[in-house]
Design a protein around this ligand. Structure first.
Ligand SMILES: [Zn+2]
Length: 478
């Protein structure tokens, strides 16, 4: 038996009642949460962790991240979705070898744990061969986090790769029903009226696995895809619709009626252009929400950012729309408490793992995060715990992370991570990509052209202040 006891923290349980306990302990025995309460007795040999001044919360859940792309961290900071598609889908995604998928995945997996994200869906659409898929799983299994492999391949239609015998063989070999590695199929539905994706949905149904799909992405997927899925009976409560930002009421009604959920990637939607982050309309349709970071080619894999930007986007839209009607918003709809729920419980529900993860309750899997940073002036006073998590805390405040009962980060340091090796592998991938693409193409890919800015005519353009006459001298307008 192994035991870990968090002592004297502010506990956000995220249970159904959203119970908050102060000065409380959380006892973990083996892979489960055993007890939560004040003044618990430590079993013999328990590792005690002082949580004084900190917040103990469930591990966060990211329901959509293209982990292989972390090897390109930050490269696409100034991209739009168009540039992303050109780079990965059309031009350079095909260069990735199994070892490159591996390098990106290992880096992304440690990054997730470091940020308190204990479960991550690896939306792995760079799996050109099952050797790539084996590399992805090898990587995920080498890091002590909880993952879901969402299998995809942007170099082929889903009806092609999902029909390959080696795909079935891969699933049989590598997906064993472990709590640490779930499985989904990941592909998009273009809206082609012949619905070629039907065959892939049938494979998913046959395997009994959920489908995750980029839906409602401006210029790529729309209502037609949703309608085809619905008419053919492929919309299920397990289906995760990523973005779902540019759909009509009709599609949202279909999603709500079939019990699916939406993975909102606010930072992505804001920069890339899939559409406005849809939490405002998901609320109206009572569609469950989880949060995701999408890809570290633009952003970090950090759900604090997701919570923060999601609150900002939802409120920003609400204010802007009110101002257009000459009205003032006096009470905002979206609360900090809600986004903390989405980042934890919402993810667990979306993945069908609500009985195991997403909240701190006895009997559940021990995926636990302690936010505590005694050296930070931002960690006190903690008056509004949900507000503190959503707007004040950040990844540097993640003190301890436990996954499945195992301490994977402690006192702000990852446990057992050979970051030197991770770095060397990623450097090799980058070097290989630069060599393959050529230095010029590499630099060009990272630095898209800036469109011309049309500066407005300004009636108040003057050149200088004349102290003698105490007047502005007029500039010459041409
Ligand atoms: Zn995505």
């Amino acid at each position: 038996m192994t035991a870990v006891l968090f002592r004297n923290g502010l506990v956000l349980t995220m249970d159904d009642a959203h119970t908050i306990l102060t000065g409380a302990d959380v006892l973990i025995v083996d892979d489960r949460i055993a007890e939560i309460g004040v003044g618990l007795t430590a079993p013999e040999g328990a590792q005690e962790i002082d949580a004084t001044g900190g917040i103990i919360m469930p591990g966060m859940v990211d329901t959509h991240r293209h982990m292989w792309q972390t090897a390109m961290r930050g490269y696409g900071a100034d991209w739009t979705l168009t540039q992303y598609f050109v780079w990965y889908y059309l031009e350079s995604g095909k260069h990735f070898r199994p070892e490159d998928i591996h390098a990106g995945n290992v880096l992304a997996a440690w990054e997730a744990l470091d940020a308190g994200v204990t479960t991550t869906v690896d939306w792995s659409h760079g799996l050109q061969t099952t050797q790539h898929a084996d590399a992805a799983v090898d990587a995920l299994q080498s890091v002590p986090g909880r993952f879901v492999l969402a299998y995809g391949n942007i170099q082929q239609g889903p009806w092609q790769w999902s029909a390959a015998p080696e795909f079935r063989d891969f699933v049989n070999r590598r997906i064993t029903g472990s709590d640490m590695l779930g499985f989904q199929m990941a592909f998009d539905v273009t809206g082609d009226p012949t619905f070629p994706e039907k065959a892939a949905f049938e494979v998913a149904r046959d395997l009994g696995v959920p489908v995750t799909t980029h839906a409602g992405v401006w210029g790529a997927t729309n209502d037609d895809g949703i309608r085809l899925m619905h008419e053919h009976g492929f919309m299920t409560p397990q289906t995760i619709y990523v973005h779902a930002a540019t759909l009509t009421h009709d599609s949202y009604h279909r999603i709500a009626a079939t019990g699916g959920s939406v993975s909102v990637s606010t930072e992505s939607e804001q920069s890339a252009g899939q559409g406005y982050p849809p939490t405002w309309t998901l609320r109206d349709h009572e569609i469950p929400v989880s949060l995701s970071m999408d890809t570290s080619v633009w952003w970090s894999g950090d759900l604090f950012s997701a919570m923060r930007t999601t609150l900002g986007a939802d409120r920003s839209r609400e204010h802007l729309q009110a101002h257009e009607r000459a009205e003032t918003v006096t009470h905002v709809h979206l609360r900090a408490e809600q986004v903390v729920d989405w980042a934890t419980r919402g993810g667990g529900r979306a993945l069908g793992l609500d009985d195991k993860i997403g909240s701190l309750e006895p009997g559940k899997k021990a995926d636990v995060v302690l936010l505590k940073n005694d050296a930070s002036p931002v960690m006190f006073p903690i008056l509004n715990p949900y507000g503190h998590v959503a707007f004040q805390a950040q990844r540097g405040d993640v003190h301890t992370v436990v996954v499945d009962g195992r301490v994977v980060k402690h006192e702000h340091r990852l446990v057992g991570a050979d970051l030197a090796k991770v770095r060397a592998d990623v450097e090799q991938t980058v070097e290989y990509l630069v060599d393959t693409m050529g230095r010029e193409a590499w630099a060009k890919g990272m630095n898209p052209d800036v469109p011309e800015t049309k500066v407005m005519d300004n009636p108040y353009t003057y050149t200088e202040w004349d102290a003698g006459s105490a007047q502005w001298k007029h500039g010459t307008a041409d």
